[in-house]
Write a protein that binds this ligand. Structure first.
Ligand code: ASP
Length: 351
């Protein structure tokens, strides 16, 4: 015979377990609602801008295509072997940061003082934890420092000297300024400064006329076998930017965002417009609160919100079901994706 007290305890415990099991932790999606085949996927970009076939040599085309594929494969391998979305983003971005082809890590653009100040950020869609660094000049892979900020501090963003001092406490690789230098980027700075000076001399300095957008920012969004999404972005910013200028790439919600309930996003383009529209978070909001699908949300942000401000750039994104979308209002964007369904796409130009 169960006495009344035992009965109360039994009923309370059953109720507790029923409620606990039916209330997933915030941002943990209900596994039942996902397709039986566990999808995993990865999408990357290497910057948006004036990327046209007529401006490319066959050698450059091959170099970009191969490097994008290498980054894609490295991230995909992590996912295939059951690794986390965060690790996949890190691996893919590291390959692009280490390549002089892109405006991130080695090959970062120069600011108006001829210095390289790099930014990076990462976000975990399961926990909504995030990390970012801005204005770092000696950390070989700024995305790794962003991950450390996420994992090892109670902060989201560290800047300049503080970020580098913090990173020195860990096993991160540091390089001196000569490592990051590339003649191509230096020539771009001289050209941008010459153009600005010429416009000043004829007294028609107009920021709209100064096209200092030297594409090449890198980003990645991944969905792992545990249904977790992560997004990351790494950049040298904009050629001839004012020293100390911070763009959208390290700003969570502007250049990078991830939420398991909706999607992950990484942006590239003239950062100021992506900051003013909180572009990456805007995509997530349109999905969460307006029921937009990924494609429609990206179109709204790039072709309506950013376009109406006169901004340029693009974004890549991936949702909880492994759907991938990208969009840009420039003539091209280095981009690629690979899915567990077998699809593998690499593209450079508008099409
Ligand atoms: N969004 C970057 C910035 O404004 C630049 C880029 O993506 O090309 O710093």
């Amino acid at each position: 015979m169960i006495n009344p007290l035992q009965k109360i305890i039994t009923v309370s415990l059953s109720l507790f377990f029923f409620i606990a099991c039916n209330n997933p932790v915030k941002n943990e999606i209900e596994i039942e609602s996902l397709p039986k085949e566990i999808p995993f996927a990865l999408v990357i970009h290497g910057g948006a801008g004036t990327i046209k076939k007529e401006y490319m040599t066959p050698e450059m085309e091959t170099a970009y295509t191969n490097k994008l594929q290498e980054a894609l494969d490295a991230g995909y391998q992590v996912l295939e072997s059951g690794g986390t979305a965060i690790l996949a983003v890190k691996k893919a971005i590291n390959i692009m940061e280490d390549s002089p082809l892109f405006n991130a890590g080695k090959g970062a653009v120069f600011n108006s003082l001829g210095k390289q100040e790099m930014d990076a950020s990462i976000m975990d869609g399961k926990t909504l934890n995030a990390g970012a660094v801005t204005g770092v000049s000696h950390i070989k892979n700024p995305i790794n420092a962003a991950i450390l900020v996420k994992d090892s501090t109670r902060h989201v963003m560290l800047s300049g000297f503080g970020a580098e001092e913090f990173a020195k406490q860990y096993d991160l690789k540091f390089e001196d300024e000569s490592y990051f230098f590339t003649d191509k980027r230096y020539q771009q700075l001289l050209k941008a400064q010459g153009k600005e000076q010429a416009l000043l001399e004829i007294n028609t300095l107009n920021v709209e006329l100064i096209d200092n957008h030297q594409y090449g920012t890198v980003g990645c969004v991944a969905l792992d076998k545990d249904h977790n999404i992560a997004a990351g972005t790494s950049t040298g910013g904009m050629t001839n930017k004012k020293f100390g200028r911070i763009g959208d790439s390290p700003i969570i919600g502007a250049g990078t965002y991830a939420n398991n309930l909706t999607c992950g996003v990484s942006c590239t383009g003239t950062g100021e417009y992506f900051m003013r529209t909180l572009a990456a978070h805007e995509v997530s909001n349109l999905i969460q609160y307006k029921n937009y699908d990924l494609k429609k949300a990206l179109h709204q942000v790039i072709h309506i919100e950013i376009d109406s401000l006169g901004g340029d750039g693009g974004m890549i994104s991936l949702d909880k079901n492994g759907n991938i979308a990208w969009n840009f209002n420039t003539s091209g964007m280095y981009r690629a994706y690979k899915k567990s369904t077998g699809e593998n796409i690499v593209k450079l130009y508008e099409e």
